[in-house]
Every structure is written in C-alpha cells, then in structure tokens.
Design a binder for this molecule. Sequence first.
Ligand code: GLC
Length: 475
Amino acid sequence: MKVLFVTSEIATLYKRGGLADVSYALPVALSNAGVNVSVVMPFYEGVGTRDVTCVGQLAIDYDRRRELVFIFRTLLPHSHVRAYLLRHPLLNNYDDAHIAERFAFFSKAVAQLSLYSASTLGGPYDIIHCNDWHTALIPLMMGESSKVAYRERETIQSQYAKTILTIHNLLYKGETGFSITLKLGFPKSVFHPFMTPLGRAVRLLTEGFEYADIVTTVSPTYAKEITRGVHGKRVVEIFKRRKDTIVGILNGLDTNLWNPSDDPALPVHYYPSSAIPAKAKIKEMLQQAVRLPKSDVPLFGFVGRLEKRQKGLDLIANAIKKLAAEDYQLVLLGTGQKSLVTLFEKLSAQHHNIAFVHTFDERLARRIYAGSDIMLVPSKFEPCGLTQMIAMRYGTLPLVRKTGGLADTVTDGKTGFVFGPYTSSALSAKMTEAISLYRDAPKKFSSMMTAAMKVDFSWAHQVKEYKALYKKLLQ
Ligand code: GLC
C-alpha cells in the first residue's frame, strides 16, 4: 500500500496553522506504523530546507499554456517520510489574490504526478490523501485525467488509486470564478457551479465532497455536526446523494514535540508527579515576563489565531466584564484580525490583571502552556483543536466550549471545564467555577491536573484508524 499525502503546509517546512502540525505528525506516525507514505506540497520560496534534490519534472497544461513544474525531493526531519516539493513560479508564495488558482494548478500537478509516477517518485500510489480545500480538486482530476488517459490508451494508475479528502476546517472553501474550469482544461460538465452576484462560481472544497472516495474530518463530534448541517446545508445534501457519511478521526498530538519533561523552552521540567512545584515556578517567571503582578490567583491563558469567526475571542472580551479583576489573571498570545488586536490592547492597558502579547512566539507559547493554570479555548466551532491537548499534557486544565474536537477531548470536572451555549455568560459562569475550584478545593484541582496529564493523545493510537480506513478503501 503506497500513500501520497497532499497538503498546502507541513510543520518543519512551512507552517501557517494546525494543518501543518497534522501534515507532519500524521505521515510520520503512519510511516512508523509501517505504512509506505510520501508527502507532497508546493515548494514556496519560504520553505525552510536546503537539503533537496531535483528528481524530475512535469508538463502541466494550464491556462492554454504548457507549464513546466520541477519536482524536488527531501526527507521530513526525524523520519523516513519522503517529501516532494513542486517548484513553479505560480507556487512561489502561499498568499495573494489568486490563491484558489494557485492551488488548482498545484492540484493538477499532483494529479499528474500520481497518475504517471514510477517508482522513482514513490509511486504508483494506491491512495491519494488530500487535505482541505487547497487539494480538494484532486479527486475530480484523477477521475477526469484517467478518462483522458484511457482514451489515449496510456498507463492508467488512477483507475486503482483511491482518494481520501480530510476536512480540517469547513470555514475555508476555496471559492473562485467558473473560468478556472477553462484554465484547467477539464470539461465544464464535471463541475458543480452556483450563482453569485459576480457570475458563476465553484467551490473547490465542495468538488472534493462530490468526488473523493471517502471524506473524513478531524474529530467524531465535528463529523456529526457537519452531517447534521450545523456548519451549512450544502454538505448534507451532497452526502445524502452519496449515500455515505463523513468519517471522524480525532487528531493526535506529537508527544515528542510537546513534552514538559524535556521542552527546551521551559526553565523547569516536570512529570505528573512533580508538576505542582515546577508549574508554580514557571507561572512566576511567566508573570514577570508578561508584566503581570506576582499573585496566586488562577492564571488563564489563551494561545492562538485572533480569528473572529472561530476562536470565541468576543466571548472572552465580554465574559471578563463579569469577573472581579482581583480574582484572576489572563495572558493572551497571538496575532490576527486588527479589530481584535485593538480590542485586547485596550483591555490590557485598562486592566492590570490582563496581559496581551501581540506576536507569534513559540517559546512564550510553550511557557504559557506550562505556566498557566487554565487554558481558554471557547471556540464557536473547532474541527479538532490542538491547544487543549497540549494544555492537558502540560498539566493546565482546558476550559472549552462543547463543540467539535473540544467535546471529544475534554471531560468536564475530570480533565477540564466544559460549557455549552456560545454566550459570554456561559463562559463567565464556567470561569467563575474554575476560579472557585482553584481557590477553595486545591486538592480536587490538582487531581484534575494529574488526570489531564495522563490522557494519551499520541498519534500511535490514532493512526490505527487511518490504517484501517486505507485498507477498507483498497478492498
Ligand atoms: C484547523 C482547525 C483545527 C484543527 C486543525 C488540524 O486548524 O481549525 O481545529 O485542529 O485544522 O486538523
């Protein structure tokens, strides 16, 4: 069984968010579990590796021209996983107005690579594992490409290659004008366009739902939410027609990368048995570093994208109005939407118990994971979420909303705090409960910390489900 894992970002090479962490850790864990897996991603200028070899090239027809794409090979650090990087001027940068076209082009190159790849390129592949909207056109392309190839009586590997599409976030759909179908040179009839005020458009992610052999997402609860239409009705309609459903497989955590007993960013290391004194020291240093007064009130942490639609920052801003400043402290770290930056800058200037650090600083993030008492993850929706898992491994109790992967990983009153309705009063009530527990029942609080640290989120568990799915697909 040969698997090609296709993604727009991979931690260690190029990272923007949680997708990169999974795109590194899952293939490595699969490979450690004996699966023959390669990964492929664009060779952006920002890719942090020099150790690459050019192993071939592809001729891609795009926008009525023949484009040459160079294939480079490297290994994912600390693994045996081959990574293919595709170089072409269209793929130099991740970000700009033509992002949907860029990834449509990338997808065409990958489809071609997997169609004709000989063993020198790790193929022929049995399974093409696509991730998010960026790569969601590949299932459609594999089908169409193989039809074309069949007419021309060329080698057709894609007749055997199966496709999986994993949704990491349904919010981003890769919407673009219908002219993309012309540029790609595929028959219009294979797309599912819809009308917008600007004319006909397509969503790359939705095309993936139509054509992938299996669609998965990154937690069982998010899968259920999607199936019930919580995040949009269109998906539900498609799956009714397909007569199957979305499979939810919880993400794992890279327990080597996130380990409080040897994390180089931490001034003190600890195990569950030594967590309390070690964390107290780190908390003190953290308070100093972010200029919060030294105090023994519970310290809440937030690390993440400042994103209005998903991360529940509006709830935090309103919930704290209902709490007494002397009862708690709050440290937030992150970058993102300007209005939120302004809001939290203002709040931290007004309140001596709130610190906001407007940057992305991995070392400080790790200190917040370790030095806080409670980590806030009040997301409106959360396909899986990594923060709560890291927090638990570092002995910090997550306070989360009951949605998606948060609902699947945190148990209220045992390994963290869970609230239901997406309202600031539900959040402030839960924060008040956590504050009282910390103050009035320290024994219970610390036994919850130990319980949280002992939950096993390692990928070794999770890959079994992917392996089983791959096998099922090839039957
Ligand atoms: C996206 C989701 C997040 C998930 C991650 C990896 O970033 O928002 O919930 O953990 O992808 O799957």
